[in-house]
Design a protein around this ligand. Structure first.
Ligand code: B12
Ligand code: SF4
Ligand code: SF4
Length: 392
């Protein structure tokens, strides 16, 4: 804060108390000056194509790193953080092995969506905004929004450091957190110091990432990141399908391996629970309407249920039980789908489970009909399969 400005509005301590009572685990404040390093980081990722065509904060890096653009007169950014329950201590390979034992295969859902954490984060931030408004200040909640790079403001406010896995790591809370802000025209006295980077010589996240998406300098290539690939349009890249394992939404690996996350502690206010596992056969059996009603809170490309089916088929190929008749049934139904995306991933699932006969028994006509992007044809070619001759 520059010396000629006079703080006005509630104190940070007062706001921290309100935030804690309303579900936040910590709150810090920073000014609205542009975060030049963050802007450069975003521009650099874009220039190198590492953003994989994503928009979000990449759409307008200038705005996302300049909180003063949120509204005229904005002076302070209160950054709130909320910790959520991490996945069980079982590592990914153990979970996959355990899934193989189950009669019905399941896909795993990342911890941040296994409960409604953003709902509770928003409630905490709204309590802060209401208190500021009671002082006559303007206050706007900005959370997981294209207009503000959450980790950049959080790191400048002193809430934590930016780890090599790109996560904001709070010295006590670790990285199993979600972040949001309240931008206000009140001028809240800053008291935060920058937290030192504690990654040191560690590089576990980079080494253990299933696809090698993180380099040694903490730069993430979204083209390789499973969390993004599950949300991206088009075919799921063939060379990353096995690495996907049983993940059906999100990926927690680079946080699970991080020594800074320590022992999981219980969360203060528990958010409403949602699914942490998805029965793959049930998903593939569901109507489009049911899929959107059940998983509509996920980011689904173009809001098209065929993407949920695409992801489920890749996971089914990895962890499905080949002797389960329901697995055969849902693959057969998927091979008959009107969507070439679904048909091509059904071919992959069938072949990966050693069930090429399911594909070979289909006619050319039924498999290759309406395949404008050649997805089905290239999947068949990849497995060197010729379907049954056309039955005319
Ligand atoms: C796009 C996006 C993604 C993309 C790309 C992620 C990435 N690393 O770039 C994908 C889909 C892959 C993704 C995945 C996940 N995401 Co995401 N994602 C975002 C989003 C919308 C924008 C992030 C962004 O700006 N990326 C651009 C790149 C360049 O930024 P960055 O690598 O984070 O680098 C920043 C800093 O390094 C900073 N910076 C760099 N140098 C310097 C120097 C200084 C001095 C300073 C101050 C700053 C600074 O500038 C950069 C821009 O902000 C934010 C929400 C938001 N509005 O901010 C959530 C967000 C980052 N995601 C979040 C989460 C939870 C996840 C997942 C864990 C979900 C999951 N389980 O699957 C994974 C984690 C993967 C990972 N290791 O990042 C949380 C992170 C919480 C935390 N504690 O860090 C956020 C903040 C959402 C939220 N509001 O809580 N995500
Ligand atoms: S979220 Fe998964 S795939 Fe993405 S960088 Fe982290 S470990 Fe790698
Ligand atoms: S795993 Fe190691 S290098 Fe990666 S974020 Fe955690 S402490 Fe940093």
């Amino acid at each position: 804060m520059s010396e000629d400005l006079v703080a006005w509005g509630p104190s940070l301590e007062e706001l921290q108390k309100i935030g804690r009572n309303a579900g936040l685990d910590d709150l810090a404040v920073t000014g609205v000056e542009p975060i030049v390093e963050a802007r450069q980081a975003i521009e650099d990722r874009k220039a190198r194509g590492l953003h994989a065509g994503m928009t979000f904060t990449y759409g307008n890096a200038d705005r996302a790193t300049d909180p003063s653009q949120l509204f005229e007169g904005a002076q302070s950014v209160l950054v709130g953080i909320r910790r959520y329950q991490p996945p069980s201590a079982m590592n990914h390979q153990m979970r996959q092995a355990a899934d193989k034992q189950k009669a019905r295969a399941a896909g795993s859902v990342a911890a941040y969506v296994s409960s409604d954490e953003y709902g509770l984060l928003r409630e905490g931030l709204e309590a802060i905004a209401a208190h500021l408004e009671a002082f006559g200040a303007q206050a706007e909640v900005v959370m997981d929004d294209n207009r503000l790079a959450d980790r950049a403001v959080a790191s400048r406010s002193g809430l934590g450091w930016l780890g090599r896995n790109t996560m904001l790591i709070h010295p006590e809370l670790g990285s199993w957190t979600v972040i949001g802000s309240v931008v206000t025209d009140a001028l809240i006295q800053e008291d935060s110091l920058r937290v030192e980077d504690e990654c040191g010589a560690c590089s576990r996240c980079s080494v253990e990432c299933p696809t090698g998406a993180i380099d040694n300098f903490g730069v993430l290539d979204a083209n390789q990141c499973l969390a993004w690939l599950l949300q991206a349009k088009g075919v799921f890249p063939r060379h990353h399908r096995v690495a996907l394992g049983n993940r059906i939404y999100g990926c927690d690996e680079c946080q699970m391996v991080c020594p800074k996350n320590g022992e999981p502690q219980p969360v203060a206010i528990t958010a409403p629970q949602r699914e942490s596992e998805v029965d793959l056969v049930d998903l593939l059996d569901s109507s489009d309407e049911k899929l959107m009603a059940t998983y509509g809170h996920w980011y689904i490309p173009r809001r098209r249920p065929e993407y949920l089916r695409r992801n489920a088929l890749v996971v089914l190929g990895n962890v499905g039980n080949p002797s389960d008749p329901d697995v055969d049934r849902v693959i057969k139904v998927s091979l008959d789908s009107s969507s070439p995306l679904v048909r091509s991933h059904a071919i992959w699932a069938a072949c990966r489970l050693g069930k090429t006969d399911l594909v070979e028994n289909k006619s050319n006509d039924s498999l290759l009909r309406d395949d404008p992007d050649g997805w089905v044809a290239s999947e068949l070619a990849a497995w060197n399969i010729s379907p049954a001759p056309d039955i005319r």
